[in-house]
Write a protein that binds this ligand. Structure first.
Ligand code: PAZ
Length: 318
């Protein structure tokens, strides 16, 4: 597809999308977070935008039904913790209701399982969960109060792409110090808002015939226009291992990514392959360490690659 057609498609996607609620407030939050809300702001501070969770495609404007994309949000939540540990400020663009940073040791239904009634009018943290709850609260508080974590939620593909555009524009001035770590599972097809049924689609009308449009590929405009100097990592998920690396390589070239992280659905928590123009690197979880996560060595590798990218950019500017 030529660039003019892509721009037209992107323009019509944003034009027809329902306006993002509180977009001015989000922009303001972002600018404060990126430039000020930190004990040591400064130009050299690295900021990463981590995207996490799946986008939905509503089928009705007053949405009752929607198409969803698989992602628990674990990758994004765990990676956020490792980026913060590595000294980055993290903007976490996450799907509402998915895994959150610092919550992995909590039970799945924390509110109901973490607390117990002390008496008729009071409650307390259950003894068995008190260490995990305390740890989660302290780590989360330290990240947010220290100006290292800003969480922004989305649900639909419309919200996700509008927010990604705002974030990328806000990060543009960081140039090489910005990173995008795009782990969210983003819908490939959508129903344009204007051609969407307003009310719940009626089953009495018989089989449902629906035409889905292709979501324009925004990765190329992220790279060339929204935040052109940023270090960009995208993810590729496949269920068929035979096509995974080929597809990741195609994405690397087509969207001019700096790396593409290739993973298979069934083994995604054990190993991933980082595809770069200089070859592929396999990254595995350290099985000898109980509780170890593949995101630990993955983030470590990408932080090193980002350092090289920044140093090369500085050397070229000299
Ligand atoms: O969120 P999760 O930990 O369950 O899974 C992570 C993932 C598989 C969604 C992610 O690593 C990924 O590959 N995201 C991109 C998916 C895609 O190809 O659109």
């Amino acid at each position: 597809m030529d660039s003019a057609t892509l721009h037209e498609e992107i323009h019509s996607f944003f034009e027809s999308a329902p306006p993002l609620k509180e977009s001015a407030k989000i922009t303001d939050k972002l600018n404060r977070f990126i430039h000020f809300d930190s004990p040591s702001p400064g130009k050299g501070r690295r900021v990463v935008c981590v995207t996490s969770g799946g986008t939905t495609v509503p089928l009705e404007q007053r949405c009752v039904r929607y198409i969803d994309n698989f992602s628990s949000g674990h990758r994004g939540a765990a990676s956020t913790e490792y980026f913060i540990k590595a000294g980055y400020k993290v903007i976490l663009l996450y799907r509402r209701g998915t895994c959150q940073p610092y919550c992995s040791s909590l039970p799945e239904d924390p509110l109901l399982e973490c607390f117990e009634l002390a008496d008729d009018s009071d409650f307390r943290v259950r003894q068995s969960h008190s260490e995990a709850v305390k740890g989660a609260i302290m780590n989360h508080h330290a990240a947010v109060a220290g100006g290292l974590l800003l969480k922004l939620p989305f649900t639909t593909i419309f919200e996700y792409l509008q927010m990604l555009r705002i974030i990328a524009s806000s990060m543009k001035s960081l140039e090489y110090h910005a990173m995008f770590y795009l782990a969210a599972a983003v819908s490939d097809f959508y129903v344009p808002w204007k051609s969407m049924a307003e009310h719940k689609i009626q089953s009495a009308s018989g089989p449902l015939d629906m035409r889905l449009m292709q979501v324009p590929k925004m990765l190329s405009v992220l790279r060339t226009e929204w935040s052109p100097s940023a270090f960009c990592i995208s993810f590729k998920l496949e269920t068929d291992s035979k096509i995974l690396l080929e597809k990741a390589n195609m994405a690397l070239k087509k969207y001019k990514m700096h790396s593409v992280v290739a993973n298979e659905l069934l083994t995604r928590k054990e190993e991933v392959t980082v595809v770069t123009e200089n070859g592929n690197i396999s990254v595995r979880r350290d099985k000898t360490r109980p509780g170890s996560e593949v995101e630990d060595p993955l983030v470590e590798l990408l932080v090193k690659k980002h350092s090289t990218y920044i140093n090369d950019a500085i050397a070229q500017d000299l």
